[in-house]
Every structure is written in C-alpha cells, then in structure tokens.
Design a protein. Structure first.
Lengths: 496, 463
C-alpha cells in the first residue's frame, strides 16, 4: 500500500464529514478519498508524440437526507472542508427534494474494515522513464524495420488507483490497484491507400512485468504483426452474406461487453440510463425465463478475478467483492446491482457493482468483470475451426456499435481469416459482423475449452451523466457461431 | 493566498521555481448537475476542483525534450514538486518533433489575476422547479421524463516563461430531456445548450416532447434501405463533429486518414459539395463563444499542441463554397509544410445559405424520413471515414408534407465526407445541442439537411 496515500488524514476527514452529516439528520452518509495517478506515453513512429503524468486527489461526501440523495466533492483535504462538503451535500439534497417522489432506500451490508491491494510484481510507476521508453522503442523499432510497415502508432497507459471509504455504519476500507495498456499499430501506406494492424494484447491489472513476458508475449506478437499487415493489404474483399464464425477471445470480449455486460446492468433495465446510455431488452420481468443464448452459454459477473480490471476488495459503497451468475445454461438469471438497485428489487444485499471514477463523481452501478465460461473439456480453437465448412475466424477488436436497448450490434476486427472446409485460407478485408443480441448468442453452437480462455477488456467503458469511465475485464473462450450476417463495409455508405 | 487569485498565483509560483522554458496553466472548475429518470431524481452533485499543469522543456541530445505533469492542487506546497517532476520528465525524454519556440506574450495580461467565475446548484433551481411541475403533468398523461442538466464554469489561467499571461472563462451548460410513454414504445428527445440556463425553458421543451410522442401514436414498420432523409441540426452536428475531429493535416499528408489524396496530397482544394457549404469555427461566434487561445495539449485529432499553449485561436474556414479549405495543424507541422498553424476551435458551424425552417423542409417533403438523433457513432473504415451508428428517440415518416407516424429505428453506415456531396437541401443554421458528442462538444450551429439516399443498413428493434 502506497504510504503517501495512507499518510493522508483519512480517518479525521471521514470523522468530520460523517459527524456533520449525522448532525444534519442524514440517514446515510459515506465519504470517499480517492487518488489516481495516470501516466501516458504516445509514440508516432520513433517520436515521442506526447508524454504526460496526471494525478487527481479528492474528497467526496454522499448523503441521504430526508430520503433524497445529495452529493458534494472537492479537493482540499482538511476537516473544515470535509464539514463544508457534508453541508453542501445536504444543500444539494434539499434542492432536489421536489424531484424525489420516492424515498431512497439502500440494501444492508455488513460492516467491513480492511486493506486490499491488487496482484502485481512491479509497480509501473517505479520504473524509470528511460527504461519504459526504451522497451517501447525497442518494440516500435522492430515494427518500423520490417518490410511493408510505413509508420507506427504506439503508446502506454498506466494507472494507480488508491481509495479510502468510510460510512456512518462503521465501514473503513483502504485499497490500491494498478493497471496498464500497451498498444502497438503497424501502418501501411501505398498508392492503394492505407491499412493498419494492431496488437491484440489486452489491458490488464498487472505490473510492469507484463511488458517482459508475464501474461503476454509482446516480442512474439510484434514479430508476427508485419506479415499479418502485408497479408491484410493484399486480402480480397469479403462477399456479404451469412457465414459461420469462430470468434477469438481477443474479439469476443467486446461483444460480451456490449451485448451482455451493459444489457444486464439493473440500472439500465430499470430505466435509470434511459436518456443517455439507454435501457435493456433484458427486462426484469424476463428474469429466469429469457433464453438469452444457447444452452452452452454460461456467464458470470465477478470482482474477484486475478488481474481483472474491475477486481477490487470492496466497491464504492463498501460492499464486499463477489462472484455471481448472470446467465446459466443460456437463461438470464441475474443482474449487476448496487445498494439502491438491490433494495428496489427487494433483494437482501448488493452484489458489489458500485463504482465512481473519481472523488468528484457519484458512485453508480458499473460493470464487474463479466465473463463467458469455457466448457470444462471443450475443444481447442483449431477444433472449432475444423467444424466449419465456409466461415470466418475473427481475431482482435476494432470498431463497435450497439443500439440503446442492446439489440442491434455491428463489430469489425483486426483480422478476418477465411475458413474453407475446416481450415484457414488467408485473410479477408472489409468485414463487419452484424446481429441482434439474442439471435447471435442463440446461434452459439460451442464454446472452447479452458486452454482457449483469455481475459480481455477495456480501460474506457463509458456510462452516466456526468460521464464516467471504468476499467473492466471480460474473460471468454473461443466460440463457434452459425449463420451470422456479414457486411462488406466497402459497399456500405456512398452513393446509392 | 486569497481565493480570488488562487489559480493565477499557482501559475506564477510554478513559473517562479521553473529552471527553464516552461508553461503553466491552471483550471478552476465549478460544476453542478441534476439527473432524473422515470419522473424522479436519480443523482445530483456540486463539485469544485483546481488543476495545475506544468509543461517543462529541456535541451536533450538532438533537440528539445518536453514533460507534462498535471495535478489537482489543494496546497501551494505541492507546486515545486510538480515543476520538478515535469522537468525530470523533459530531461529524460527523446527530442520532440513538435518542438517550437514558446508562444510570446500577447493579450490582456492585466486581467490575468481576476477571480474565477463559479457556479453552484442554485443555477439549476428553476430547472428543478419546472421539472417538478413537468413530472406531475407527464405522469398524468402516462408519460415519463428522463434527462440531465449540467452547468460547468472553467476559468483558465495560462502563463509561460516568455511573459505570456492569459485568462479565459468558459461557461458550458446543457440540458437533455427525453420522454417515453409508460410502456416504453414511444420515445422523443430535445436538448439545449446554454451558457447560464436563463434561456432554457423546460416547460416549453416538455410541450415539444408531448407533440412528438403524439406523432408516434401511429407506428410504421419499414425495412432497411436507402431513404430520402431529413437530418435535423443535431444529427448533422454529430456527423460534422466527427469529420472535424479527424481532420489532421499531418495524418492526411502522411496518407493516414480520409483527407489524404494520392501522391501525398490532401483534400484541400477538393470540391466536396455543389452546394455553397461553409464549415467553419470562430471563437467569437455569437452564442458559441469559446476560449480564444490554446489551453489544451492534445487536439481532438491526436495532434500535439503542447508547444502551442497560449497560441491565439483564429477563425478558420474548414470548408467554404463546398470546397475543402483547411486541416488541423500545429506550429511544428505548419513550419515543416510551410502552412499556417490551425489549432482546433471549440465550436463548429455549418452554413449553406439556406433559410428554410425544419417545419418548412417537412412541408416540402413528398415522402421521406425525419430523424431526431443519431447514437453510438463509431468509425468503421478510417480510410473513407465510414461511420456506423443508430437512429434514436424518434424516426418519423413524412408523407405529402405531413408527419404521418413513427418508424422503427435503423443502423446506418455512412461517411460524413461522402455525404456532403449528396446533400440536396440545406435549411437555416441554428444553435443546437448535438446528442452523441455533447459531453465533449457543446457549441455548434447547424442546419437541417436533406439527403436523398441515406443508407439505413439494418433495422434496430430498440424503441
């Protein structure tokens, strides 16, 4: 645990704010102190295009006063400011009283006191900048020196997050986690236009060791990227139509994120995101009956997976991290919850999915790690491909879009390989797959075994107003889908 | 240290301890918001922050290194460490290809230390009262209101070791109001951008939503295909903003974006439309005023403006008379390519000389679609700037000059650059809040446009 964080007057701030909130008659109050360090390096070819270190540190007070939410945040860590924020939070609740016909209720949670630190070996912030840049430039140089690579774009994003939480019930938690995303793209520019090929290494909750082979082999992936780019440039354009797809976890994680992760947020299903992120087709009246996908589909939510980006000890409402079922044997069986959502559903306890991306933002129901489970003795990716007569093997994520009820989606990828008679037969380009969520997941014939399982994810999941970003992981195996609609993107748009 | 000049003093303090050419800028930000769903408040808040960014430069082998460090600063004692961290980063950096001399002093340095402009939840008090009234009225009609109101005031203080001292005030407000029928089958949306909320009429906006929900009482199912489509100013803004964000001169000249042309050329000088379309930005545009100097290190297109901090922002015609004119360019790339620097401006205006109102464009439509919003817009093919996305909260069928019902939603695939050449009618330009990008881009004025063959690629079941 970073001692520069624990040295802050955390308990005194909490005591001051909570005491004042209690004096003002709040039925609930919580205090969060949150510090985030972010490091970003961006390279254009071998040039360092941008280099920034950003730190935020703040204090917030959230209350329920007269049955109404109130929230206030600031950056001055003094007990006087903590008291003032408690008063401003109550003032905000009073302004909001005409808009609150139903009193806010929260599901119960036991009191927790403790510390939690995510699993990593080398804190990326303890690595010298010269070493960090040196490793990135080493990999960039290999790409730029390869035939057919005209330019590169590369970067690294690193975050260390520290948080302290306290509430009127007596919970006191202190936590720390790190995460990082290295990214490398090879670019081809020719008379025919330009094309790109990017690494598919996911963002992870790991330390600097990730760049030296722990969890991913960057040297091997970089070595293979130029030939993949060259093959992509020369690839034929796909014929639009329906194809069987074998989707690699490096692509499927994003489809899970958009079509399952967001669709099973209870706040969306209840309409809280209606005007912005949207609602969900997976409405609460269908819980236990909606045939979301095929019987091989089993999806869990968790905040406990090692190296997961949403993994934590306790959430931003003081609820302990858990694992729970969302889809079992293809049927919708659970939602992601925060304490208010759990109470609204009459459930005894939240499953720990509250998160705020800074002290300046209010905690809301955010996605845990949402993962598709592999079959215990399931096939390898090669075995899945061998079952396809005419199809496409999809690797790596690129473009994504889905509607506001999570029905209609369209995804592209880094590389699309034609499958002919059970074998890969070169790349295709101009490919996008498009489907309706339940049609797609019901067409999933098989999931791969544990050896095909990979934890993908994103650092930038957006939701809420004011907008908040959250890191989240999605584990999944390779999987086989039958008869999915493929668009030729070159034929889309333009003049009729 | 008084609160009045706190951020300005942080800048002065940083520059005083800096050992080399340095830029420092501080943002004092105050914000307040309300959010509601299903005729009830969901969240609210009032937040303040002060951030200080130090950009240090240092001579390194082969050129100039740069280091940028930002932090929320509550205690002036943090400033020296911040400067030293930026300097260490600069010394360890490879030479920057964006390096340029720091911007020399200009502007009204006298106002530099003036107090920041704040805001509080009180600015939304009338909105809250009107919403409370509307909640009751909507509920009585079997309708529900959802939405968000936010007011942010950022006062920026920027100084550099060249003597430059600049202060900018940027108020930004937005209100989004979405109404749905109780069963969720009908949905409508209106939005407003405002500097202070004195010009926002929630009651009138709710009435407009009621009209649109009325239009949707007749439901019409249409298949995917190409339709004559009227895009109101909001969807037009969302598409033009994306085109603007990707208009990097360097990417174009290196053949890496949709503005590239064969042989290292660009679309500058190319006719994009036979109509006299003008796409431009102007920091003094009435009602869309924005900070008139560079106070960001990264442009929306990815171009670095670190060395250009404090550079005056001038009006730019990106396209005029239907011909593409300019791309986003920092000073270093401008010097290399012998062009003028064109930093991005935080507003965007499209004008085609049209005078028709949206109602008049509807009245002159024999058969076509009228959109409300575009949503979840993402880039499918950067080479053409092919975008995908969805219609949202009201697609209406217009027949013989009248709205005759609401149509299912669609997924579209279109390139805004290719679309420019297919516009057949442009309405009058008006201030508008776009839907998709309004978190990031609040200041636009756009016309409604008519496209004879908008590509509705697939049907979305969403309502």
């Amino acid at each position: 645990m970073d001692e520069t964080f624990t040295a802050l007057p955390l308990q005194a701030l909490a005591d001051a704010a909570l005491s004042r909130a209690s004096e003002l008659g709040c039925s609930h109050a919580d205090v969060r102190v949150r510090r985030e360090r972010q490091l970003s390096r961006s390279f254009r070819d071998r040039d360092l295009e941008s280099s920034s270190d950003v730190a935020s540190l703040g204090l917030s007070v959230r209350v329920v006063h007269d049955g109404v939410w109130g929230f206030a945040a600031g950056i001055t860590l003094t007990t006087d400011e903590a008291v003032r924020l408690a008063e401003r939070a109550v003032a905000t609740a009073k302004v909001s009283r005409p808009l609150t016909p139903h009193r806010v209720e929260l599901a119960d949670e036991p009191v927790h006191v403790g510390e939690w630190v995510s699993v990593y070996d080398i804190n990326p912030f303890e690595v010298a900048d010269a070493e960090r840049n040196g490793r990135l430039l080493e990999l960039i140089g290999r790409l730029l020196d390869a035939p057919g690579v005209s330019h590169t774009s590369a970067g690294l994003e690193v975050t260390q997050e520290n948080s302290f939480f306290a509430n009127l019930a007596g919970t006191r938690t202190t936590q720390q986690r790190v995460r990082q995303l290295p990214r490398f793209t090879a670019i081809s520019v020719s008379e025919a236009g330009f094309a790109t090929m990017s690494t598919v290494a996911p963002p992870v909750g790991r330390g600097w060791e990730y760049l030296s082979g722990d969890g991913w082999d960057f040297d091997a992936e970089i070595a293979g990227l130029p030939s993949l780019l060259a093959e992509h440039v020369a690839a034929p354009s796909v014929d639009a139509g329906h194809y069987d797809l074998v989707i690699d976890p490096t692509n499927l994680w994003l489809t899970i994120h958009e079509s399952i992760g967001h669709a099973t947020e209870l706040d969306r299903a209840l309409g809280y995101e209606t005007a912005y992120a949207g609602t969900s087709f997976a409405t609460v009246d269908q819980l236990g009956t909606l045939q979301y996908g095929s019987p091989v589909m089993n999806v869990t939510g968790d905040r406990v997976a090692e190296h997961g980006l949403a993994t934590i000890g306790w959430d931003d409402e003081g609820v302990a991290a858990q694992q729970f079922d969302i889809i079992a044997d293809g049927v919708l069986v659970g939602y992601q919850l925060d304490r208010q959502m759990a109470a609204l559903r009459g459930l005894p306890r939240s499953n720990g999915c509250a998160f705020a991306d800074s002290a300046g933002h209010i905690p809301m129901q955010r996605m845990p790690n949402v993962s598709l489970q592999p079959a215990a003795d399931g096939p390898s990716t090669e075995e899945l491909i061998s079952r396809v007569e005419r199809g496409i093997y999809v690797v790596g994520d690129k473009s994504w879009s889905i509607d506001m009820q999570r029905y209609n989606f369209q995804f592209t990828g880094q590389r699309f390989f034609r499958i002919e008679n059970g074998r890969l037969a070169g790349q295709l380009k101009d490919v996008a797959y498009q489907a309706t969520t339940t049609d797609f997941w019901r067409s999933m014939e098989a999931v791969g075994g544990p050896d095909t399982y990979l934890l993908g994810g994103a650092l930038n999941c957006g939701k809420g107003q004011p907008g908040q970003v959250a890191p989240v992981s999605h584990g999944c195996p390779s999987a086989l889908f039958r008869g999915v609609n493929i668009l030729n993107t070159a034929a889309e748009g333009g003049q009729a | 240290m008084s609160n009045r000049s706190r951020a300005a003093e942080l800048v002065e303090q940083a520059l005083a301890v800096a050992g080399g050419p340095t830029i420092a800028y501080a943002d004092e930000t105050a914000q307040a918001n309300l959010r509601w769903a299903g005729n009830a408040l969901t969240t609210n808040g009032e937040m303040t922050s002060t951030s200080l960014t130090v950009v240090a430069t240092a001579a390194v082998p082969g050129g100039t290194g740069v280091g940028t460090v930002s932090q929320e600063v509550a205690d002036p004692a943090q400033v020296t460490d911040l400067v030293r961290a930026a300097e260490a980063l600069a010394r360890s950096a490879p030479p920057s290809t964006d390096a340029a001399e720091l911007v020399e002093s200009w502007g009204d340095a006298e106002s530099f230390a003036e107090e920041p402009v704040g805001t509080s939840i009180d600015v939304l008090a009338q909105v809250a009262r009107d919403l409370g009234t509307s909640f009751g009225e909507m509920a009585a009609r079997g309708q529900r209101l959802y939405g968000f109101a936010e007011h942010i005031c950022t006062t920026s203080y920027l100084g550099s070791s060249t003597g430059l001292r600049l202060r900018g005030v940027q108020p930004t407000g937005r209100l989004e109001l979405n109404a749905k029928s109780d069963d969720g089958s009908r949905s409508a949306w209106v939005g407003a951008a405002s500097r202070d909320f004195t010009d926002v009429d929630v009651i009138a906006m709710a009435a407009e939503l009621d009209t649109r929900l009325g239009w949707a009482e007749r439901r019409i199912e249409l298949p995917p295909g190409r339709y004559e489509t009227i895009l109101p100013p909001g969807p037009t803004a969302d598409l033009m903003i994306y085109a603007y964000w990707t208009a990097s001169a360097r990417d174009a000249e290196e053949g890496q974006n949709a503005y590239a042309a064969p042989g290292g050329a660009t679309l500058i000088g190319s006719r994009m439309s036979e109509l006299p379309l003008r796409l431009h930005s102007d920091p003094t545009y009435p009602g869309l005023e924005c900070t008139p100097f560079v106070d960001f290190v990264g442009g929306p297109d990815g171009t670095s403006f670190t060395f250009d901090l404090g550079l005056p922002i001038q009006p730019v015609d990106w396209m005029s008379d239907g011909i593409w004119q300019e791309l986003i360019r920092n000073r270093a790339w401008a010097a290399k390519t012998e062009r003028a620097a064109t930093p991005p401006v935080d507003n965007l205006i499209l004008d085609g000389g049209g005078s028709a109102t949206l109602e008049e464009m509807i009245a002159s439509t024999e058969r076509g679609l009228l959109l409300t919003c575009l949503w979840y817009i993402r880039e499918v093919d950067p080479e053409r700037l092919l975008l995908t996305g969805l219609t949202r909260d009201g697609v209406y069928l217009v027949e013989d000059g009248q709205v005759t019902g609401a149509v299912n939603n669609f997924r579209f695939n279109e390139s805004p650059l290719e679309l420019l050449g297919r516009i057949t009618e442009v309405g009058r330009t008006e201030k508008v809040l776009c839907r998709e990008w309004n978190d990031y881009f609040n200041r636009t004025a756009m016309p409604a446009i008519r496209v004879p063959d908008f590509n509705m690629s697939t049907v979305s079941q969403a309502s």
